[in-house]
Design a binder for this molecule. Structure first.
Ligand code: CP
Length: 255
């Protein structure tokens, strides 16, 4: 029995884990709201709700607008808790899907020039950088506007040794282009359409013909409509790995 506690929107992760549970002969119960609204007559804290749910299920998968408290989970949870994306911090199951996609490409990851382009502060990028510390590509370029380069991950020394950070979207030698997306946002951190366009895949000639384009999805506008059918765009083959990875992940935490 899997409980999917998704307090912010998700399609792939939420549905993917429910389907993975079904593939394993189990089932999933979806929780989309908790009694944590202070206006309710009897509010409930997230830790209390999590403790209750983990006492009733075999696995709980969460997506939260806030950062998970790992120490609290370690001390209170009665079953494994899978982080399906928390706050702006981590998205580890997406990183495993990304790794599966990277390992399925023709160029071995150890030889590949991987370019991650867009908003480098996104949790999917942060978790991918952690994962790449144990699966180091031949070369890594982190490419995004200066205001979105602060991913905050301490890179594994082996990864740091092959990593370059730049605001220049030069993909001419890329084997894999991972488009992280680049939300416009508002206020001090707002990016103009002109800047955002620099990091979008809009020019077929900007990328080698043998390269692959990945994305954690959903795509905002970082791939031009005219290039969605370009054979290098592999994001749906990437997301097709998601079910298998989630099945493997549930099996892993259940043994
Ligand atoms: N990639 C990803 O996490 O998608 P969802 O937000 O739809 O789960």
């Amino acid at each position: 029995m899997v409980s999917t506690v998704f307090l912010t929107p998700s399609m792939r992760t939420r549905v993917g884990f429910a389907l993975a549970a079904a593939r394993l002969g189990g089932s999933a119960v979806e929780v989309s709201e908790l009694r944590i609204d202070p206006s309710m007559s009897a509010g409930e804290s997230f830790p209390d709700a999590l403790r209750t749910l983990t006492g009733m299920c075999d696995v709980v998968v969460t997506r939260t607008p806030f950062d998970l408290d790992r120490e609290l989970i370690a001390s209170e949870a009665q079953c494994p808790v899978v982080n399906g994306g928390d706050g702006g911090v981590e998205h580890p199951s997406q990183a495993l899907i990304d790794l599966a996609a990277l390992e399925s490409l023709d160029v071995p990851l150890v030889d590949a020039h991987l370019v991650i382009s867009g908003d480098l502060t996104m949790r999917a990028v942060r978790s991918l950088l952690v994962t790449l510390g144990r699966n180091v590509p031949g070369r890594l370029t982190l490419c995004g506007p200066a205001s979105r380069q602060g991913h905050g991950v301490v890179l594994h020394p082996a990864l740091a040794a092959v990593t370059t950070v730049t605001d220049e979207a030069d993909w001419a030698t890329a084997d894999v282009l991972y488009l992280a997306g680049l939300p416009a946002r508002r206020g001090d951190d707002e990016l103009s359409s002109e800047i955002r366009l620099c990091y979008a895949f809009t020019d077929a000639a900007a990328l080698p013909i043998t390269a692959s384009v990945l994305s954690p999805l959903p795509v905002i506008d970082e791939i031009a409509p005219s290039l969605r059918l370009d054979p290098r765009v592999s994001m749906f083959r990437q997301s097709d790995h998601g079910l298998h990875v989630r099945v493997a992940l549930l099996e892993h935490v259940l043994v």
